[in-house]
Structures are given as structure tokens and as C-alpha cells.
Design a protein around this ligand. Structure first.
Ligand SMILES: [Zn+2]
Length: 315
């Protein structure tokens, strides 16, 4: 039975994912966000999402190459972490965490288009840089893209909008979206610093179809603050979403554009994240699911996720 209250998925298995010594994508990040979730559940504004983990990573095959999923499934729970690239590691504990996250994704698959449901997934590793061929940039698989592709198979007429507000461009999600058969049912919108890692998102790929579908990459300069962001949001993001009128909204919720973040070199505060949450509460009448991405200052991440959840679940 699905609660009518917003849901918070606490991906505890993600606390055991080993990203390497001194790595900014640490287990303490997830603990900080779970703390914020506990507070809102404690105020009875949300409930915890309970979902059994997947028995394997089969669901990931809907977007990721079979050989890559085979590699992940070949890791036993005790396998030590090994590098995928210079800043991304996967090991046995990672796979346990991914199966747990995919259990939550499976639960979200069961909600039909148009039925109201809000869910925040506090998970690690993050996902939006993971592309069809594999992981990169701290990400192993892309749960948002997996949910999107699986929902397209189940509900081919559903209109889905993606909003990615992480400071980095969601190159993995963008690449997977470009390969899906029903791109005419998808709007992908991203605000991110540019030029910056991973080097994509200049706006060159932007396009708008007759119903508002397509791609809207919004490159931002370093130092972008709340006032700058509000202006872009009101003038560019909000009208495009209103025109497209999605059934379902999927969010890559990264908090690394915060002014105290050590990686982002931007100047947003909790105010922007609260505003995004408020907007989501008004904009997405059907399924709305947000996936934790970046955010590398623990206090800023705790405060920003709390502000976002408060705006979205209590706004
Ligand atoms: Zn990021």
C-alpha cells in the first residue's frame, strides 16, 4: 500500500560504498541527508519508503550495456573496491547499495502516470554521470535514467520531465535520453556551471519540439548566486515546464552549487533549494521523484537538503 504522504528513501546500504580514502563523495554525505529526512519524518510530513532490494541488477540493463552490468554482478559482496576511472570506484558493497536503490526504483515503477506520489531517494553512489557504457564521475549506475527507461516500456505515452540542478551537467542522463525511442515524450532541463566538469552542457544540443519536449541545457557562470538563479528559473525553466505539462517529474538533486561547497565555486544558498522544492510541490501533480546527486560540504548539504525537502514536502 502506497502512503499518501511524501516518502523518503533512506538508502542505508549506500553508507558502505567505498569511494576511496579522502574522497569527497563520502558516507558522511549520505548520513547528513538521512538526518534531514529523519527530521521531516519526525514532524509527520513524510514517511520512510520501505522497499525490498532487487535480487540482482537486471533492472539496470534497460539503459546500461550488458557487459558493464555483468562486471558489476561479478563482484561478490566481499569484493574490494576497484577503480572505474580516476575518481570512481566500485566494489561488492557498491553492488549491495545499487540493488537497494533499484528496489526503490521498482516501487516507483508501480505508480501509474498521473497518480500523485512524491519521493526523495537518499542514495549513494550518485548517478547522473553514469552513461549507457558505464560509470564515471563518482557514479556507478544511473537510477533516474533506469526509472525513466523502464517507465517508457510500461507507459509509452507518459510525458516525463527531468530537472537536474546539480552544479555539474548530467551528461550520463543526457546521453541515455538521446538513445531512448520515445524522446518525443521527454523534456530534459539542466542548470549547471559551464565550462566545467564533465565538459558537456554548453547549450549546443538544445532543441524544442512542438509540445515543448527536447533538451534545455542552461550553462551558468562561476559565482552564480540566488538572485541570478531566480531570474533564470522564472524566465526560462518555469515557462518551459508549464508548456510541456509533464505527467511525471524526475529530479537530479545535487547541492554542490551551494556557496560553501568545495567543488562547485558557485554562490547559491538554502533559499534557492527551498524555492526549487516549493516549485516542485506546485508543478508536479503526478509522480515526482528526486535522486540525491552531489553536495560536498557536510553542513551545507544537510542544510540544503533540509531546505529542499521542507519546500517540497511542506510547501
Ligand atoms: Zn555535482
Amino acid at each position: 500500500m502506497i502512503s499518501s504522504l511524501p516518502e523518503f528513501f533512506a538508502g542505508y546500504a549506500g553508507l558502505s560504498h567505498d569511494s576511496g580514502p579522502g574522497h569527497p563523495e563520502s558516507p558522511a554525505r549520505l548520513s547528513a541527508v538521512i538526518d534531514a529526512g529523519r527530521e521531516i519524518v519526525g514532524r509527520k510530513k513524510a514517511v520512510f519508503l520501505e522497499a525490498p532490494p532487487e535480487s540482482d541488477l537486471t533492472l539496470a540493463r534497460v539503459v546500461h550495456d550488458g557487459s558493464y552490468v555483468d562486471l558489476l554482478e561479478g563482484l561478490s559482496p566481499a569484493s574490494p573496491s576497484r577503480p572505474l576511472d580516476s575518481d570512481t570506484q566500485v566494489g561488492g558493497a557498491t553492488v549491495v547499495a545499487l540493488r537497494e536503490t533499484l528496489g526503490a526504483v521498482r516501487s516507483l515503477l508501480a505508480t501509474p502516470p498521473g497518480k500523485g506520489r512524491k519521493c526523495f531517494l537518499a542514495m549513494r553512489p550518485p548517478g547522473h554521470h553514469a552513461h549507457s557504457g558505464g560509470g564515471m564521475g563518482f557514479c556507478a549506475i544511473n537510477p533516474l535514467a533506469i526509472l525513466l527507461a523502464a517507465r517508457q516500456e510500461t507507459y509509452p505515452e507518459e510525458r516525463v520531465a527531468i530537472f537536474d540542478f546539480d552544479v555539474h551537467h548530467g551528461n550520463g542522463t543526457a546521453e541515455i535520453v538521446a538513445r531512448l525511442p520515445r524522446r518525443d515524450k521527454i523534456l530534459f532541463v539542466s542548470t549547471h556551471r559551464y565550462p566545467f566538469y564533465p565538459g558537456t552542457g554548453s547549450g549546443r544540443d538544445n532543441r524544442e519540439g512542438a509540445q515543448g519536449e527536447g533538451v534545455l541545457d542552461i550553462p551558468l557562470r562561476a559565482g552564480t548566486d540566488d538572485d541570478d538563479y531566480r531570474e533564470i528559473f522564472e524566465e526560462v525553466v518555469r515557462p518551459r515546464f508549464a508548456f510541456f505539462a509533464p505527467h511525471t517529474v524526475l529530479v537530479s538533486a545535487g547541492f554542490d552549487a551551494h556557496r560553501d561547497d568545495p567543488l562547485g565555486d558557485m554562490a547559491l544558498t538554502e533559499e534557492s533549494y527551498h524555492s526549487i522544492g516549493r516549485w516542485l510541490s506546485e508543478t508536479a501533480p503526478g509522480l515526482c521523484a528526486a535522486f540525491l546527486e552531489g553536495g560536498y560540504n557536510l553542513q551545507a548539504l544537510r542544510d540544503s537538503s533540509r531546505a529542499f525537502l521542507s519546500g517540497w514536502f511542506e510547501g
